[in-house]
Design a protein around this ligand. Structure first.
Ligand SMILES: Nc1ncnc2c1ncn2[C@@H]1O[C@H](COP(=O)(O)OP(=O)(O)OP(=O)(O)O)[C@@H](O)[C@H]1O
Length: 687
């Protein structure tokens, strides 16, 4: 009996070893726990049922009524317990094998990923779910539409329903982008798109998301809507969740750059777990950005003859290119997110799905490689259907598929007329405002993000600074609220900027890009984050750049390729905001000396230099773990280095936050001894 129990235990132990082997993915972990549950019941069965069975099997031999046993000394009962034990063991083993087999076969029949493709809802279902988009169900208003809470009638599932503004290019882009990415994203760290509804004729676009009951972090934290966030542990776990979410996005193949990391794009579920939302501006980092090939780009005269339209000049190149300067060519105005010759282009991700003729990654003439194409073909058919339907509606059957710009000069007048007609059909898609902005943005986009920031929010201060500058001898820094004291990073930044410029010039079409840069003229005016800056400080988003001011990396808009380091920078600001419990910029009417405090980043750097990082921490936080808080601020400052290459990857950030990696050291410029390396500065800094 003892032996039998030992054997059973061994068996269970062995099974545990077996089960622990494939523990590298979350869904496997889930099925493992299911399996353990089944095994537990199996164990119960073995413990409870087997002894009864054994008793039953042994009972004839133990019955006094049975034929008397001869007293031979050799127990004739011996075969019965052995038989019973082997029977139960065999039975248990069989049961165990059945359970395992069921698990394995079930796993094999499920798709590779647990993610469900977005479901196509009928508009009426969503209308019913939200009580006809009742104002009482409104969760919030974004730059491209309103979000309502709802319950799907049949499944009783709670959802958030985003009714996109119709006829707006921004909404259209966000809608497409979210759908494009929905089936690619499969993580509990990201808000899932559960479905959509679209009716291009009525210009109705609706997205259905999983419902996050505690809303966005911006409101929860900065409007103090959730007192729970005064607990340090909650804040720290939000920091880790978001870092992990970004690590997940950057770890995709190709990596996905969110492009707009900020508290209002982080949503909280009932247990305050944080998830990243809003992929309207996300871009897939690809070596194969959609670019205009120099040979295919129509000359200005050609464009004019086409009524300013370029039909199908978008091709892919192996080299990624920068995005500035596209506007100079005045092309792409009517290019919907569809490369007319080749199929749909995700406007933000800049991924052109392959031509149906060549779904595989073939090399094209001139060594241009088609890559990333199978990704499109692997997309859920629902999404593809939607995009195809969209193409059908927008382009119509009369568009000559496969027409290239190079061929456009030889086209008949009739075809050109058709194109003009098509252009008119697409006109709703590009609003007057956007055209205006696009022209305006050609000048604006050449300016770096920092200048924007200064101009919009610190105009007055900049003037004062100039005045002061004149008084100062050359080469000296003038006050303690400037960032010049971290000159090393600044110098490196200038160098890297030069390199980027050089690189973009050397590329054949380095300054030309996909439709998306052209479209940058329009921004998210009136977006949720306009509340980030007090009214006196104007709006939160710049009109010519994507992302949100203060959160946007300084190199953003310089013409460099999209990089994960953009998100790392934004995460740095996000982390400071989370720890300090305040906005990144709080412009007040206070004197100039207060400016440093107004700018959270500048203030954090100042505190780092004076060794008082803890002063940055939100005073209302309860049960503060000071060490963890300082770690977070240090990580943030490391992420906020101007030179992108000096910033850590999100993988490293997660490692540092979770203690898997060494805690970071403050950049040299920010260490307490930094002052001594700038003797003159330290004198001026003393006030
Ligand atoms: N899945 C969701 N669950 C719960 N609330 C949500 C959900 N999605 C959005 N919301 C709420 O609706 C608000 C508006 O969301 P939306 O994504 O449209 O705008 P935003 O991200 O705040 O602004 P913008 O799109 O201009 O950046 C959010 O701030 C949030 O409070």
């Amino acid at each position: 009996m003892k032996h039998g129990r030992k054997y059973r235990n061994e068996q269970l132990n062995n099974s545990k070893h077996f089960l622990l082997l494939p523990s590298n993915s979350s869904h496997r972990r889930n099925s493992q726990s299911d399996l353990f549950n089944e095994l537990q019941s199996l164990h119960l069965y073995v413990v409870l049922v087997v002894p009864t069975m054994r008793q039953f099997l042994q009972s004839p031999s133990q019955s006094p009524a049975a034929s008397p046993q001869p007293q031979t000394g050799v127990s004739t009962r011996l075969p019965h317990p052995i038989a019973a034990a082997s029977a139960t063991t065999a039975f248990s083993l069989l049961l165990f094998l059945v359970v395992c087999f069921r698990k394995i076969t079930r796993k094999r029949t499920t798709p590779e990923s647990d993610s469900k493709p977005p479901h196509r809802f009928s508009y009426s279902v969503l209308r019913r779910a939200t009580d006809s988009f009742s104002p009482t169900r409104r969760l919030g208003q974004g730059g491209s539409g309103s979000v309502f809470s709802g319950t799907i009638p049949h499944t009783r599932q709670d959802v958030a329903v985003k009714l996109m503004d119709s006829g707006s290019l921004q909404s259209e882009r966000e809608f497409q982008n979210e759908l494009f990415l929905a089936s690619k994203l499969d993580s509990s760290l990201v808000v899932s798109v559960l479905g959509f509804s679209s009716d291009p004729k009525r210009r109705r676009m609706v997205l259905v998301y999983e419902f996050m009951s505690n809303g966005n972090l911006q409101d929860a934290l900065l409007k103090r809507k959730c007192p729970e966030l005064m607990e340090w542990t909650k804040r720290f776990s939000i920091a880790v969740d978001v870092a992990k979410g970004l690590r997940y996005l950057h770890g995709l193949d190709p990596p996905l750059i969110h492009g707009d990391v900020k508290p209002s794009n982080v949503l909280l579920d009932g247990g305050f777990a944080a998830k990243i939302a809003d992929f309207g501006l996300a871009r897939l980092k690809s070596e194969n950005q959609v670019v205009i090939d120099i040979d295919d780009v129509p000359k200005k005269e050609e464009l004019e003859s086409n009524g300013g339209c370029d039909y199908g000049s978008v091709v892919e190149e192996t080299e990624s290119v920068t995005t500035a300067g596209f506007d100079d060519l005045n092309v792409g105005v009517d290019q919907s997110p569809v490369d007319l010759a080749k199929g749909p282009v995700s406007p933000e991700t800049s991924v052109t799905p392959p031509s149906p003729v060549s779904p595989e990654g073939n090399l094209e003439e001139g060594g241009k490689q088609r890559v990333n194409k199978d990704w499109w073909w692997r997309q859920d058919s629902g999404v593809k259907d939607y995009v195809m339907e969209w193409i059908g509606n927008e382009i119509g059957n009369d568009r000559p598929i496969g027409t290239t710009a190079s061929g456009s000069t030889s086209e008949t007048v009739g075809k050109v007329k058709k194109k003009r007609k098509n252009k008119r059909r697409l006109e709703w898609w590009v609003s007057m405002d956007e055209e205006k902005n696009a022209k305006k943005s050609s000048k604006e986009r050449k300016r770096p993000a920092r200048e924007w920031w200064k101009e919009e929010y610190c105009d007055e201060l900049a003037k004062k600074k100039k005045k002061k500058d004149k008084k100062q001898p050359k080469g000296m820094s003038f006050d303690d609220n400037d960032d010049n004291w971290w000159s090393r990073d600044e110098e490196l930044y200038a160098e890297s900027k030069k390199k980027i410029k050089k690189r973009s010039r050397s590329k054949s079409w380095g300054s030309v890009s996909s439709i998306d840069w052209w479209l940058d003229g329009m921004r998210r005016n009136g977006s949720h984050d306009s509340g980030e800056i007090p009214k006196s400080g104007a709006m939160s988003s710049t009109p010519s750049m994507r992302g949100t001011v203060c959160y946007v990396a300084p190199e953003y808009g310089d013409g460099g390729d999209p990089s994960e380091k953009w998100d790392v920078y934004s995460f740095g600001i996000f982390l400071l905001v989370l720890i300090a419990g305040r906005r990144p910029l709080e412009v007040t009417n206070s004197p100039l000396s207060e400016f440093q405090r107004a700018n959270l980043l500048s203030w954090a750097r100042h505190l780092a230099r004076s060794g008082k990082l803890v002063d940055l921490v939100d005073k209302s936080i309860q049960s503060l773990d000071q060490e963890q808080a300082i770690l977070c601020i240090t990580v943030a400052l490391v992420c906020l280095q101007k030179v992108p290459s000096r910033r850590p990857s999100m993988k490293e950030v997660v490692g540092m936050l979770t203690g898997e990696l060494e805690p970071p050291k403050l950049p040299r410029e920010l260490s307490t001894s930094a002052k001594s390396r700038f003797p003159f500065k330290s004198q001026t800094n003393v006030r």
